[in-house]
Design a protein around this ligand. Structure first.
Ligand SMILES: [Cu+2]
Length: 475
């Protein structure tokens, strides 16, 4: 061993000793060999030939490794942080204690800078989950979800809706944007749907000048921009299972594959009551869709974002049938509609009445050129003087009133909720952990408060969360 390497190792060990006294339940420092090890460190990602970016990733890659855990079987995950800032790894979509969930706000101890921690938990429920950093970024576009710290986490078990059925291929595809920059322009248009009702649109609009938005220079699916990686190679007649994730911290995205439809099986890893084939998908930051595609249109196609500028900047992948040799073809979908309720229980939606209803009003305070807008929940930014208290075991309804000119992917930690109203329609049976509430739209979600301690609720757009769009619910 070289002396330099030895010194590095001993300083890590010393840091581990220093923090041992603060270890809470589920965060052991020593013990049996970990089932998984994640090392947080700088990585280079070759998005395209001659376009290599430097970011922070897990185990030398971004996306990080696919982790497969067994539902109900306890795991130990050792996280080694080789950066100079504290980190949090959040296990998105899992019902696990606050001590290991991976959020400062809930009291999860951080992984110290140049230190390590072991997370111990029992993964549940089965399905497509993911893991990602949960630090604040504020004005630092090299932190939090602007970095490459994300990866798929599959919980295998009887409740994983994609375990049944025969598929010829299983693909894990994460949508991402890179090289974020500040701009005064609204860049993303994927969240605009003029056909949706706007029940929360204020009579008098706030006309103060808008603050900074965030754009991106280049996009990818997994670690490759459109055309730079290997195509998805298929044969006519194949059934291809796709696990899709929007791992962006900034933008809601659509996805289409010309000539094909996506048979949606699960949303956020949870089976939908009415599986349905659709031409276009919509994924807010944090959301997952499990679907399969029947490969029955031989050719070479681009699966990508329907917005030309975004797709041409990298958000897509080539799907190539065996024996076909031609330029990839893109054809725009007929329309960009997306509706969670088509996957809900058929007929009149009937959900049990909640014991408690909590209205949450979201507003944006425009801060003007060169500044960051801020967001309020019920008139106040985080932290709120009074936490939102949930009675254990009772069914609660959160009613989201989006009084802003932006769509928001709203995420509740440690719980799975049932969508009960959206787009002015009642619905039932769609179980999620993140839902996109349209511009000036309203939505309601129900859940049973079955997790002790605080659960973080927030918008999954990093800048919105950092500047006030979050709240703690205490179970
Ligand atoms: Cu938001």
């Amino acid at each position: 061993m070289q002396r330099r390497a030895f010194l590095k190792l001993s300083s890590v060990a010393a840091a581990g000793t220093a923090v041992a006294a603060r270890v809470g339940p589920g965060l052991a420092q020593a013990g049996p060999k970990p089932d998984f090890t994640l090392t947080i460190a700088p990585v280079e990602v070759e998005l395209a030939p001659n376009h290599i970016i430097s970011t922070i990733g897990y185990n030398g890659t971004s996306p990080g490794p696919l982790l497969r855990m067994k539902e109900g079987a306890p795991v130990r995950v050792e996280v080694i942080n080789q950066t100079d800032v504290p980190e949090q790894v959040h296990w998105h979509g899992l019902q696990i204690p606050a001590e290991v969930d991976g959020a400062d706000e809930e009291g999860t101890p951080a992984v110290p800078a140049q230190g390590r921690r072991t997370y111990e938990f029992t993964p549940k429920p089965g399905g497509t989950r993911w893991y990602h950093t949960h630090t604040m970024a504020m004005n630092d576009l090299h932190r939090g979800s602007y970095t490459g710290q994300f990866g798929f986490l599959m919980i295998d078990g009887p409740s994983n809706p994609t375990q049944a059925g025969h598929f010829d291929q299983e693909l894990f595809l994460a949508l991402r944007d890179w090289e974020p920059f500040y701009t005064s322009q609204m860049i993303d248009t994927d969240d605009l749907d003029p056909t949706l009702p706007e029940p929360e649109k204020p009579k008098v609009l706030d006309t103060r000048p808008n603050g900074l938005e965030i754009g991106a220079g280049i996009y990818s699916i997994n670690d490759k921009a459109l055309g730079a990686g290997e195509p998805i190679r298929v044969k006519s007649g194949d059934r291809v299972l796709m696990h899709l994730l929007n791992a962006s911290g900034i933008e809601i995205r659509h996805l289409a594959l010309p000539g094909h439809s996506f048979h949606v099986i699960a949303l956020d890893g949870n089976p939908v009551p009415t599986p349905q084939a659709v031409e276009v998908l919509l994924l807010g930051p944090g959301e997952r869709i499990d679907c399969y595609v029947e490969m029955n249109q031989p050719g070479v196609w681009i699966m990508g974002d329907p917005t030309d500028d975004i797709r041409n900047a990298g958000l897509g992948v080539v799907v190539e049938y065996a024996g076909q040799n031609m330029q990839p073809t893109w054809t725009a979908p007929r329309k960009l509609g997306w509706d969670y309720t088509v996957f809900g229980k058929p007929g009149t939606a009937a959900t049990p009445a909640p014991a408690n209803v909590l209205d949450m009003v979201f507003e944006k305070i425009p801060r003007g050129a060169g500044k960051f807008n801020s967001f309020t929940v019920n008139g106040a930014p985080y932290p709120h003087g009074q936490e939102f208290v949930m009675k254990a075991g009772e069914r609660h309804r959160l009613v989201f009133h989006n009084r802003t000119d932006d769509a928001h992917p709203l995420h509740l930690h440690r719980h799975i909720f049932e969508l009960t109203e959206i787009y002015g329609k009642p619905t039932a049976g769609v179980m999620k952990d993140t839902a996109v509430v349209p511009i000036y739209g309203r939505a309601a979600v129900d859940f049973t408060a079955d997790q002790a301690g605080p659960s973080l609720f927030h918008c999954h757009i990093q800048m919105h969360m950092d500047y006030g769009f979050k709240a703690l619910l205490r179970g």
